[in-house]
Unconditional design. Structure first.
Length: 126
């Protein structure tokens, strides 16, 4: 017996994913728990602020929307705390080929610094 963590996107039906797993030969599967994917409003003031801050320190589009994987963002969003995933350039997350661009770390720091400094003004707490 093994436990498998299957993470699905907002347009996927968890029951359909479970049915696909159960359709594999010799497989018995039971869900332990189901948690919805993280969904963040693109027009959230925090998302817009982070996008603006990141754009000032990147060339091209600094953000993407929708990806697989999981993070603590899901737990924060479930209790009403704004959250997004944002990080330096890299790939291969949590695997033997994981990497991060060291050069992107400074740009990442600058974007976060700009975002955090702008929060009081965005919230009207100048």
């Amino acid at each position: 017996m093994i436990d498998v963590d299957i993470r699905y996107l907002p347009d996927q039906d968890p029951a359909a994913v479970l049915a696909e797993v159960r359709a594999l030969p010799g497989i018995e599967a039971s869900p332990l728990f189901t948690r919805p994917p993280a969904t963040v409003d693109r027009n959230s003031p925090f998302v817009l602020g982070l996008r603006e801050s990141a754009a000032a320190h990147h060339s091209g589009e600094p953000m993407s929307v929708g990806r697989d994987g999981a993070s603590d963002a899901v737990s924060f969003l479930r209790v009403g705390v704004p959250a997004v995933e944002f990080g330096p350039v890299g790939a291969g997350h949590h695997g033997p080929e994981e990497w991060v661009s060291v050069a992107s770390l400074e740009t990442y720091r600058q974007a976060l610094d700009s975002f955090l400094r702008a929060i009081p003004g965005r919230l009207g707490d100048d």
